[in-house]
Design a binder for this molecule. Structure first.
Ligand SMILES: [Zn+2]
Ligand SMILES: [Zn+2]
Length: 275
């Protein structure tokens, strides 16, 4: 029902951060990217009197992992003027997307995306990165993507910690568990945006008859994460990456009341957050 009801449906998760409103840092490039950027007025657009020249407001892009709902939207930057937008992410992810010298990579056969339009830059774990003239960003490993024969498929998964003048946020839209390492970063955190794909571990079998659990798909269910977060004292917690089976999309439902009672929030398209 949530998918067909305009008020309840959601596009896929991504966020854009800005300091002054003139340049943006995009985290993840969903298949809905064009609509999302247009809705908030930051899609590359023609300059008035510029003879077809487009202006780009996306200063850089961070990618969390290689699942399609987080990265295939990059092709939106593959037409018109070449902006050479830096794209950061786990090294194995950038190899998978743009090639490693021998293999062409996912985008390698789609034209000059990784040569002229984007500038892929592998980001080591916890390596500090200065962006937008003041933000410090760090990517760190979180459990989510499957590991086959010791290799992450299609890539490992980062969550991102962003700091600006002592204020900190963590963005972790796909998260298999609140590990001890992640919990150690939550102390004094101002904003946590995290995986709210499913409420129950067995939600897919309950609602859609699909015999896969939330944990099997690499997502900690909200019923568990809210217990772990209880008492940790994060300033603000917002669930994102909501599946359309999730009962928190039902405005008057009991799960929605439970979340509200704990002061936890649910993201929606076009949500603006000031930190
Ligand atoms: Zn994923
Ligand atoms: Zn996802």
């Amino acid at each position: 029902m949530a998918r067909s009801d305009k008020g309840l449906s959601r596009t896929r998760s991504s966020i854009a951060l800005t300091l002054e409103g003139d340049r943006y840092l995009l985290i993840d490039a969903s298949p809905d990217l064009r609509r999302q950027l247009e809705d908030v007025g930051i899609y590359p657009r023609g300059v008035e009197g510029g003879g077809g020249v487009r202006r780009n407001l996306i200063g850089s892009i961070l990618l969390t992992h290689g699942h399609g709902d987080h990265c295939v939207g990059l092709f939106e930057f593959s037409t018109g003027k070449c902006f050479n937008i830096p794209v950061y992410g786990p090294p194995d992810l950038l190899g998978y997307l743009f090639g490693d010298g021998e293999e062409a990579g996912f985008f390698g056969s789609l034209g000059r995306l990784g040569e002229d339009y984007l500038d892929p830059i592998p980001l080591g774990e916890d390596e500090p990165l200065e962006l937008l003239g003041g933000l410090t960003v760090r990517g760190f490993d979180v459990p989510h993507t499957e590991r086959r024969g010791g290799v992450y498929t299609p890539s490992r998964t980062y969550a991102y910690e962003v700091e600006y003048r002592g204020r900190r946020l963590i963005y972790a839209p796909d998260l298999g568990g609140l590990t001890g390492e992640l919990q150690s970063r939550l102390d004094g955190l101002d904003l946590l945006i995290l995986d709210g794909t499913f409420w129950w571990d067995d939600e897919l079998s309950r609602v859609s008859g699909i015999p896969k659990t939330s944990y099997e798909l690499g997502h900690i269910p909200i019923a568990d994460s809210m217990e772990v977060l209880d008492g940790i004292g994060v300033g603000r917690v917002i669930y994102t990456h909501i599946n359309h089976t999730n009962p928190i999309l039902s405005p008057g439902g009991s799960c929605t009341s439970i979340l509200r009672g704990r002061g936890l929030e649910v993201a929606y398209d076009g949500m603006v957050i000031e930190l």
